[in-house]
Design a binder for this molecule. Structure first.
Ligand code: SAH
Length: 496
């Protein structure tokens, strides 16, 4: 039997990656092929599975990059190859998204498909601008209208009918035709003082809102240089924006922050910063790679009874240790009475993930304090950490006459996946902050951009003195989090 694939039409939402639905994310994670549009934001594109084939059919106003018939054909061909195809579209696929057209050919050929609705910009861009699309005191209907006219043709909107509804009117694809839309409504008898607004790049860090009345909208929008993608909203509810524009009031709005954590660990920090309104770019310039096989670790774990303490300085160390233990056919019982030390709460959480409780977490989360506080305890320590670990830990142990074995269990590799782009951002003075959670993230960042780049515009938000020292070495101004936690780092960005 011929192997048959499937096409899932997924609404990616209006831009904020948090507005992708759970079902949409699930479909995306299972895709062999992703066919996507220009309006899908970078954070959602970053969720595409690494192995998936990615096809950009992005459309730009007036010059369609890939014609619609060809998109339809791509979807059909890939599905007939037996692939799991996700067709990712901005907003909701069926709201002026030509989702229906894309399904026709599939239906004709009996190809299986599903549609995952998305959050439409028609509602979400309003919501993020503080405009509730309906309100009992002001209207009893909502109308979503296309402002796009076929090339060379006039708009075919029944303005009189729209005015009679007294409802909220939302126009998509209407930036170019906006003056004509306004004129049409005025001629149909709408009150020129009716509140109106435009929302550009709604739900993204670049969102801008233009407040006006129907009459003043063309002039105001021109003065602000409002451009596509933007929606036009007409109706009394627009007057509520000045009180409800929550999105524009968030503390980190306008701040562009680069998060340099390794990919698998970036999520929480980025999410917290985004939730406060920051424009976050994830730049995983380092990656941790476990050393496998790790003979030194295997031998040490085999004679774990020689040690009183097992010390970890990162979640990566914990994972390397656990995998090694499992690889030896052992489990947590192998540890017997050895006690566990973790450099900070993140590492302690990684231990907890394997059912292990840290017996010691230093009062200040850094290598020097870990060493000093272990030295107060006495006994022999097994340290499982990165290949080139901080000497502050071993120096403190030596000072306290503690015996130790320091075994490298993973190495840090620097990646330079987007160095041109990063250099461009730096040179354009676009970045406000760069977060550094370890000295190696500083090294990774600097090696990506290239030594000698101009770092004078940015401030490094650092966890730990050693991290800050590394940043200063490269002429990066720093702020240091009082505690080595992600929350403290986030607070640092807020205070500045
Ligand atoms: N299916 C999409 C709409 C596609 S038509 C949806 O449901 O949102 C493209 C139009 O959508 C743009 O011209 C613009 O009017 C609107 N649009 C899409 N994303 C937007 C955003 N983030 N902010 C404002 N308008 C947006």
């Amino acid at each position: 039997m011929e192997q048959r694939g499937k096409v899932v039409l997924v609404g990616a939402g209006p831009g904020d990656p948090g507005l992708l639905t759970i079902r949409g994310r699930e479909a995306l994670s299972q895709a062999d092929v992703v066919v996507y549009d220009r309006l899908v934001g970078p954070a959602i594109l970053a969720m595409m599975p690494e192995k998936a084939e990615k096809i950009d059919v992005g459309k730009e106003a007036s010059h369609h990059k890939v014609p619609q018939w060809q998109i339809n054909q791509i979807l059909l061909d890939k599905a007939l190859e037996g692939k799991n195809v996700v067709r990712l579209k901005g907003g909701d696929p069926f709201v002026f998204g030509r989702g229906g057209e894309e399904l026709e050919l599939l239906a004709e050929h009996g190809v299986a498909f599903e549609e995952v609705p998305g959050v439409t910009s028609a509602i979400a861009a309003c919501a993020y601008a503080g405009i509730p699309v309906t309100h009992r005191d002001f209207c009893s209907s909502l109308h979503i209208i296309t402002g796009h006219a076929k090339a060379g043709a006039e708009l075919t909107i029944d303005f009189e009918a729209l005015v009679r509804t007294r409802g909220t009117l939302v126009f998509l694809m209407g930036v170019t035709a906006m003056p004509k839309i306004v004129e049409g409504l005025l001629q149909a008898g709408m009150n020129p003082d009716t509140p109106a607004a435009m929302v550009e790049s709604g739900t993204t860090p670049a969102q801008r809102r233009c407040d006006a009345t129907l009459q003043t909208l063309p002039e105001r929008a021109a003065a602000m240089g409002i451009h596509s993608p933007a929606i036009i909203v007409v109706g009394k509810v627009c007057a509520l924006a000045k009180d409800f524009c929550w999105f524009e009031k968030r503390p980190l709005r306008g701040q562009k922050i680069l998060v340099t954590r390794p990919k698998e660990r970036a999520g929480t920090l980025s999410d917290k910063l985004r939730a406060l309104g920051a424009d976050v770019t994830e730049y995983p310039c380092i990656e941790t790679v476990p050393i496998v096989p790790c003979i030194g670790m295997e031998q040490a774990l085999g004679r774990i009874g020689d040690y009183q303490w097992l010390a970890f300085t990162s979640p990566a160390g914990v994972e390397a240790f656990w995998n090694c233990l499992r690889g030896m056919g052992k489990d947590a019982r192998q540890l017997g009475g050895v006690r566990l030390a973790a450099i900070g709460s993140g590492t302690a959480r990684a231990l907890a993930g394997h059912g292990l409780t840290a017996d010691l977490i230093p009062s200040v989360y850094d290598a020097a304090h870990l060493g000093a506080e272990l030295a107060e305890q006495g006994g022999k320590v097994l340290i499982l950490r990165a290949e080139i670990g901080s000497t502050a830990l071993t120096e403190a142990l030596e000072k306290g006459n503690m015996a130790y074995d320091d075994i490298p269990v993973y190495r840090t590799v620097y990646e330079n996946p987007r160095s041109e782009e990063l250099r461009g951002m730096l040179e354009a003075g676009e970045l406000t902050y760069v977060t550094f959670t370890s000295a190696s993230t500083v090294k990774g960042f600097v090696s990506s951009v290239g030594e000698g780049a101009d770092f004078s515009q940015i401030t490094g938000l650092c966890i730990g003195e050693q991290t800050a020292a590394e940043a200063r070495k490269h002429g990066i101004a720093v702020k240091i989090a009082p505690k080595a936690t992600i929350d403290a780092l986030v607070d640092l960005a807020r205070e500045a």
